[in-house]
Write a protein of this length. Structure first.
Lengths: 160, 747
């Protein structure tokens, strides 16, 4: 009956009802509260995790669909010795978070984008970074992504 | 604020809701304190004694309530503000540590206990000064009296862009400076040298002559027994090494690795999760509900009926919300079935047309000045929702006669006192534990938060702890919105392109007079408030009345400039006082934005100048209309004069984010009503600005004129809407008088 999956590199057997959204399994069954509940309808992205490397809004994926897959949450980004991921470091250097509630999701989306594109252009950042931030940290998110990928901090309008 | 019926159901004690208006206490406060005439001390002794008992353990020593120095040199500051991400606590720590000459790496700042001894006296005093406009009066008030007032007012509020300019300047800098003097006095005695030969640096008192130094930690015990100097001399800004520096925010590391614990994240053994639906028509009651369908969901344990809501308690959020959705509760409409967005605007039109104002301010003979044919324009703005990213979540546990509540609130002490009132318990038996807040923007002021009532009622009847989570749907539909508001602006022009008379008639629940500023010098000006209250709860939305008033005045100034055939910047200049701060800010924004220089086809520039919370902001927006009819913001140039800035990078972040929030609201946001109920259901139909829509370039400059410190959390918001609307007019010739702009793009 239990759903077998892997969270942050560790095999787990989940006992939640199969229709339970992955978000609530992560938060309530596994106690990993870094992944946030924002809207419940995949509109805001605060619940973004990686499922087999793909950025996924976990509030709208039933846990039954992730059986046998590999899930990474914000808690799984650090290396084993506790060193922050380069994107997390860039987030601190650019002083991105304000209230911080959306930032786990933003960071997970950014990591997936960078893994896919290497050095994302501003247009690629616009297309991929659709998570909402009410504090308006978008300029700093862009700056941190650019810094983490060795690009000049300041975006230039019209540049490709 | 609309009168909101309050649930009085299963709780034994009748619940009385104080009709507290946001700033009602000020009026009461001013009336009370007028007679006081004594010196100020930085903390009254009874409060300090109680504070000490609450926060100090072995080897720890308390100073003036807010500061603790441990013998291992760790310095802990207790903040009466909530850091909502605006950087208030880092800024407050910089201010106290600066005057204390503390070693920054050893400084910690935590939430003050939600207890009366930690009521925020400095804020009370600063607010009173601002509202009366006479600091001299305030400087004559005995501190014990002020402290008493703050405790009576349960003041631990965060709002009004007040943390650094009031709490910081009025209290924390003085606490730091006075404690430093006490440490020096202790060191002088111990080293047997004159105090005058001592200096301080990095949490040490230094006697250079004899090459001796003592750590603060080894002086703290004795220093804490001394009485502190009430009016210590503060540093000259040229000596600052922490203030005016972009210190990294102390709260950020925990916000990038998922370890920060918000109210939503709180867990306690045996805890259940509840969720709730209140009457969709605000003011309605729960009339009936068949609870059986909820119990068909595995994990549902209880369905609890409150006066105006139904709650489902379950083993987790998913069964709780599934159980709630399985119900089909019936609610009454409280007699508000005829309230709609249109009906509110019609009511506004009617009361303004009738002309019987509820309040009037201004100067000169406006009626005569307007003449027979004034230029006139009507503006309308909708209710706005805060839409903070963390929906409401509070956990409460009633056990052995004591109630504990955990979560994030903008006023922890007032939250505790609300729970005391609802539960009927003694204040000593109720504890509120403040946690990190996932956004607020005015939404988490306790007087607008029914969830405090709700979770208290649930906890009082449940044998286990319960975390009550509002779904996003509930959160959108049951807001405490920025009021829907209308204004009719009238003005006349002289043949010299000058305004002869200006009138702003606006309709909304409360007067905006105490906080909004009209910066232009005119021969005759009148601001008239027409009160209209709907069934909705209207609250403080980031920058409060300055959003709509900024939009009205700065849009109309633009209209007048065009009517006069004058450049909008020059037209504004012509109505500002020479050498004024406003003029400097405006000129700087014009220069930095390249005002008047050519733009690509289809683009326009718009300017706006708004003062709010004693900070002056001018903004130039460069915008065009996209193929989809939606406005596209290319660049925003912002010039800010907040007097002085404690943390430049954190201040920059507030202006960047405030600008985006202002643009977001102007372009897409609206809460609308039909049959008394909110029509929006989630973030999907309350469109907020995304990364792709946000301006790629924001150019922000601080002037730091040295004027008294203004706020920084809110003043970035108001100019964005009028600057954008004015830019779109420049680009297209179409004047935007109703927000959000999106509705007109579509129509």
């Amino acid at each position: 009956m239990a759903i077998q999956t892997s969270i942050n590199g560790k095999a787990v057997a989940l006992s939640a009802e199969p229709d339970t959204p992955l978000l609530w399994v992560i938060r309530e069954e596994l106690g990993l509260t870094g992944t946030k509940f924002g809207c419940g309808i995949a509109a805001c992205g605060a619940c973004t995790v990686h499922v087999d490397g793909e950025p996924t809004r976990s509030c709208s994926v039933p846990v039954s669909e992730v059986a046998g897959k590999s899930i990474t949450t914000i808690e799984g980004l650090k290396s084993a010795d506790g060193t922050l991921h380069a994107v997390q470091k860039a987030w601190i250097a650019a002083q991105v978070p304000q209230c911080g509630y959306c930032q786990s999701g933003q960071i997970m989306a950014a990591v997936a984008l960078i893994e896919k594109t290497g050095r994302p252009s501003d247009a690629q950042i616009d297309a991929a970074m659709t998570n909402l931030c009410r504090c308006g940290t978008y300029p700093r998110i862009r700056k941190a992504i650019r810094a983490a990928t060795g690009q000049a901090a300041q975006a230039v309008e019209g540049a490709v | 604020m609309a009168d909101t019926p309050i649930a009085e159901t299963t709780a034994e004690t009748p619940i009385k809701r104080k009709g507290v208006k946001r700033r009602a206490f000020l009026i009461g406060g001013v009336a009370i304190v007028g007679a006081g005439l004594f010196g100020i001390s930085i903390a009254d002794s009874n409060a300090a004694k109680d504070a000490k008992a609450r926060i100090t353990g072995e080897g720890e020593h308390s100073f003036a309530t807010w500061l603790k120095i441990s013998e291992d040199d760790v310095i802990t500051i207790y903040s009466p503000h909530t850091d909502i991400g605006q950087g208030a606590n880092t800024g407050l720590a910089q201010m106290l540590a600066e005057e204390l000459d503390a070693a920054w790496e050893q400084v910690r700042i935590v939430s003050a206990p939600a207890e009366p001894s930690f009521a925020n006296v400095g804020l009370g005093r600063g607010f009173l000064a601002e509202m009366t406009g006479k600091p001299a009066i305030i400087n004559g008030i005995p501190q014990s009296f002020l402290s008493f007032i703050a405790r009576q007012m349960n003041l631990q509020i965060t709002g009004g862009s007040t943390a650094l300019r009031f709490t910081g300047q009025v209290t924390f800098q003085k606490v730091g400076a006075a404690t430093r003097l006490a440490l020096m006095e202790t060191a002088a005695k111990r080293l047997n040298v004159p105090v005058g030969e001592l200096t301080t640096q990095d949490s040490r008192v230094i006697h250079a002559k004899s090459s001796q130094s003592l750590r603060y930690g080894e002086l703290a015990e004795e220093a804490a027994t001394l009485s502190l100097d009430n009016e210590p001399k503060l540093k000259d800004p040229t000596q600052y090494r922490l203030m005016r520096q972009s210190m990294q925010r102390l709260d950020i590391p925990a916000k990038v690795d998922g370890s920060a614990q918000y109210g939503m994240d709180f867990v306690i053994p045996n805890m259940r999760v509840a969720t709730i639906q209140a009457a969709p028509v605000r003011g309605g009651k729960l009339t009936s509900v068949d609870t059986a369908p909820a119990f068909a969901i595995k994990g549902v344990e209880k369905v609890i009926k409150l006066d105006n809501a139904v709650a489902v308690v379950a083993k987790g959020y998913w069964p709780a919300i599934s159980g709630l959705r399985a119900l089909a509760p019936s609610f009454s409409d409280g007699g508000h079935a005829d309230v709609s967005t249109a009906s509110i605007f019609q009511a506004h039109d009617a009361i303004i047309a009738k002309g019987e104002a509820d309040g009037e301010a201004g100067e000169g003979d406006v009626q005569a000045g307007l003449g027979a044919k004034p230029i006139e324009a009507k503006y309308q703005v909708p209710f706005l929702h805060h839409a903070m990213m963390e929906p409401f979540a509070l956990t409460a546990h009633f056990k052995d006669g004591k109630l504990d509540i955990w979560g994030g609130m903008q006023d922890p002490l007032a939250t505790k006192m609300m729970a005391v009132e609802v539960s009927g318990l003694d204040a000593d038996d109720v504890t509120f534990h403040p946690m990190i807040i996932g956004g607020s923007f005015g939404r988490r002021l306790p007087m607008y938060m029914e969830i405090v009532d709700q979770v208290t009622q649930l906890a009082m009847q449940l044998p286990y702890p319960v975390k009550l989570i509002w779904s996003r749907e509930e959160e959108v539909a049951q807001g405490a919105y920025r009021p829907q508001s209308s204004a009719v602006l009238q003005a006349s022009l002289t043949d010299k392109k000058r305004i002869a008379a200006y009138r702003n008639d606006y309709a909304q629940p409360e007067s905006a007079e105490s906080e909004t500023v009209f910066p232009y010098r005119l021969p005759a000006v009148s601001r008239r408030h027409f009160a209209h209250v709907s069934n909705q709860n209207t609250g403080a939305w980031r920058s409060v009345n300055s959003t709509q008033q900024g939009f009205y005045n700065e849009s109309f100034m633009d209209e007048l400039a065009h009517a006069a055939g004058e450049d909008p910047v020059i037209f504004r200049r012509n109505h500002l006082t020479a050498d004024s701060r406003h003029l400097r800010v405006l000129d700087e924004a014009a220069a930095r934005s390249g005002w008047g220089t050519p733009l690509p086809a289809g683009r326009g520039r718009g300017v706006a100048l708004v003062e709010s919370f004693k900070t002056i902001v001018a903004q130039v927006v460069e915008a065009s209309v996209g193929e989809d009819g939606m406005p596209k913001v290319h660049k925003v140039t912002t010039v800010v004069d907040a007097g002085s800035i404690v943390n430049p990078d954190a201040a920059m972040a507030q202006i960047e984010g405030g600008t985006i929030m202002g643009l977001s609201a102007a372009i897409g946001e609206a809460i609308t009503l039909e049959k008394g109920a909110v029509q929006q259901s989630n973030l999907s139909d309350y469109p907020m600005m995304t990364m792709a829509q946000s301006p790629l370039v924001q150019d922000i400059h601080f002037l730091n004129s040295g004027a008294p410190m203004g706020g920084i959390g809110e003043p970035g918001v108001p100019p964005a809407a009028p600057a954008l609307a004015n830019a779109l007019f420049a680009a297209t010739g179409k004047r935007i008088r109703n927000l959000p702009i999106m509705t007109q793009a579509k129509g």
